[in-house]
Design a protein around this ligand. Structure first.
Ligand SMILES: C[S@@+](CC[C@H](N)C(=O)[O-])C[C@H]1O[C@@H](n2cnc3c(N)ncnc32)[C@H](O)[C@@H]1O
Length: 279
């Protein structure tokens, strides 16, 4: 891998299909899968994952707690009657699958999974072929092109409430991508009664210098990562939305079901989560 430059994505920072298919290049989805203890990663991803864990051992614990948070939030939304979801920045498929969590409450739930990494969509579609997964689709789109994301939502009725899931994906948007504007554009397209579920990595609990080291490691692999503070994450919520209790909270302490897990130190999780409602 040494000496081979990762793709830059050119002026718009968008990688091509062949960039994602390269085995010698780490991708954010597969690095995250490695950190989360998943099975879908290559040597290039593991190398970056090990470098990250050396400077920020919390990066593993956050993935599991974040997944559990997304599951709780989806179950809560489903119990509020939400039966259509858009999950942008899906990541490599990992159990428990969010569409199954939602369908356990409302069986006819429709779910769109979207990721900028075509390998993620390929794995997702292959997985969905294995069992009846009516009304669940995977698409390849970039969050930084919200109009394209919305165009792919033909499976959903955008005149009815939707659960928009942005699980640790805005972390990969630089400030110059204007992540608050991206969220606002997506939320704007949703009907009143919709919800936003957002989680985001933070450096708030890391030793001084560790966050910069994490960003440098990702940068060296051609991936932008921008951990944000609690205040910066709160500022991503469109002003017209109502933040549900307990507000912007560490994911393991957001309405925990397992109180033992909620006692883990914040530094071991380092991901904030929130749910907001569009009145
Ligand atoms: C850290 S993983 C999160 C996976 C899952 N949402 C979760 O919270 O467990 C981030 C995912 O976002 C995807 N991603 C990163 N930047 C993206 C972008 N600009 N548009 C769409 N997906 C993106 C990556 O490919 C990766 O699969």
């Amino acid at each position: 891998m040494a000496g081979i430059a990762p793709p830059s994505g050119g002026e718009r920072g968008l990688w091509s299909l062949s960039d994602y298919a390269r085995l010698d290049v780490a991708t954010s989805a597969r690095v995250w899968d490695y950190l989360a203890g998943g099975k879908t990663h290559y040597p290039a991803d593991r190398l970056v994952g090990e470098q990250l864990l050396a400077v920020a051992p919390d990066m593993g614990g956050g993935a599991e707690a974040n997944r559990a948070f997304l599951g709780r939030a989806v179950r809560m939304l489903a119990s509020e009657g939400i039966c259509q979801f858009l999950d942008v920045g899906t990541g490599m498929p990992a159990e428990p699958y969010l569409h199954e969590i939602a369908r356990a409450v409302i069986p006819e739930t429709r779910m769109i999974y979207m990721d900028h990494d075509p390998v993620v969509s390929m794995y997702g579609m292959a997985l969905l072929r294995g069992y009846p997964a009516r009304d669940t689709l995977c698409f390849t789109e970039d969050l930084r092109e919200p109009e394209r994301v919305l165009r792919e939502c033909w499976l959903l009725d955008l005149d009815a409430p939707v659960g928009l899931l942005l699980g640790t994906v805005l972390d990969y948007c630089a400030d110059t991508d204007n992540p608050a504007a991206l969220v606002a554009e997506l939320v704007e397209a949703l009907a009143p009664g919709s919800y936003l579920v957002l989680s985001h990595g933070t450096g708030d609990f890391r030793a001084l210098g560790a966050t910069a080291a994490v960003e440098d490691i990702y940068q060296g692999a051609g991936i932008t990562l921008r951990p944000r503070s609690r205040g910066e994450i709160q500022a991503l919520i469109p002003p017209e939305m109502e933040l549900l209790d307990p507000g912007v909270q560490m994911v393991h302490r957001w309405r925990p079901e397992d109180t033992k897990k909620s006692r883990v130190a914040d530094a071991q999780v380092a991901v904030y989560g929130l749910v907001a409602y569009k009145p």
